[in-house]
Design a protein. Structure first.
Length: 309
């Protein structure tokens, strides 16, 4: 399942050996685990600017539109979706966020934050939307509105050659790295519980605040594997020159959603309409292609608060 805040994560920390836990903000990483500041970005490719849709723009509340911008909260350590390259925030979510703002006659201002605190920032009004690879799930829909825009699963990656010969069905007793506050934490917790019930060693879950640190753990073989969203794993493989490889297929696919504070009139409908317009005019497909995202995850219809299991 794709990236999502895990409200159980903090309570579960004592159950695992969290070796190498960091508190870095992730703002300076490129998401690839590489050391060069420009290691994460593809060759320059301009995405055509979107024309303003007056009807959609009129649906944006005056309090948001007055300053001419939409303040977007995101954790910029998650290449290729959102990350920093040569001092500039780039990525799939960034290009799509810019296009959405343009469609509404505004500009997007992206602000970096710890992933686990972004949804709260939306609720408090600190951010006017959040676009940071958030999974749409029933728990989240209780607190924010969400507009779907892509579907991703979870993948397992290991050091080149898979020296420990691990698989998704055999993680018991292994050291596995994940980003704090994601559904991968819950996934590993359940897998570890199953290991213990079967009389096998628990999984040692190594949690890091930034995905860049998770990638580096595996690339340097300090972790035997990592779980993350499938686009992030695929990108890490490319950007590490094959020093990291995928094991098995993505699983538990679920939609990403743009998070919005509830009770803002027609604002959520304006965002939904903007995403749909970008899909319909072909810009969405160009953005997917630019960042190498699998078209199998592309959506044809942007939905507001879709039904989820």
């Amino acid at each position: 399942m794709a990236r999502a805040t895990s409200f159980k994560a903090l309570a579960l920390l004592p159950a695992f050996a969290l070796a190498g836990l960091t508190i870095g903000c992730g703002s300076g990483g490129n998401g690839s685990g590489g050391t060069g500041p420009s290691a994460g970005a593809p060759a320059a490719q301009e995405i055509p600017a979107e024309a303003k849709d007056a009807k959609l723009a009129a649906m944006v509340p005056a309090g948001i539109a007055a300053d001419g911008k939409i303040v977007v909260g995101q954790d910029q350590s998650y290449a290729p979706n959102e990350f920093v390259d040569n001092g500039k925030v780039v990525g799939f979510d960034v290009d799509l966020g810019n296009a959405i703002a343009q469609k509404l006659g505004l500009t997007a201002e992206f602000q970096n934050a710890a992933f686990s605190g972004i949804i709260a920032g939306v609720g408090s009004g600190q951010y006017e939307l959040a676009m940071s690879s958030f999974t749409i799930n029933a728990e989240r829909l209780q607190t924010v509105d969400m507009v779907s825009y892509y579907s991703a699963g979870t993948s397992l990656a290991v050091p080149k050659g898979n020296p420990d010969k691990i698989s998704l069905d055999d993680l018991c007793g292994k050291n596995i790295a994940v980003q704090q506050g994601t559904v991968q934490v819950d996934d590993l917790t359940k897998r570890s519980d199953d290991c213990v019930k079967a009389g096998k060693p628990a999984i040692t879950m190594q949690q890091f605040q930034a995905q860049t640190d998770v990638n580096l753990q595996v690339q340097t073989k300090r972790s035997q594997g990592m779980l993350a969203d499938s686009p992030v794993i695929d990108y890490a493989v490319k950007q590490t020159g094959g020093n990291v490889e995928v094991v098995g297929q993505p699983y538990d696919s679920a939609p990403y959603g743009i998070a919005l504070k509830k009770g803002q009139g027609t604002y959520a409908q304006a965002i939904q309409g903007a995403v749909q317009a970008i899909i319909d005019d072909g810009t969405y497909a160009k953005i997917l292609a630019k960042w190498g995202l699998n078209t199998a995850g592309a959506v044809q219809k942007a939905e507001l608060n879709p039904a989820v299991s």
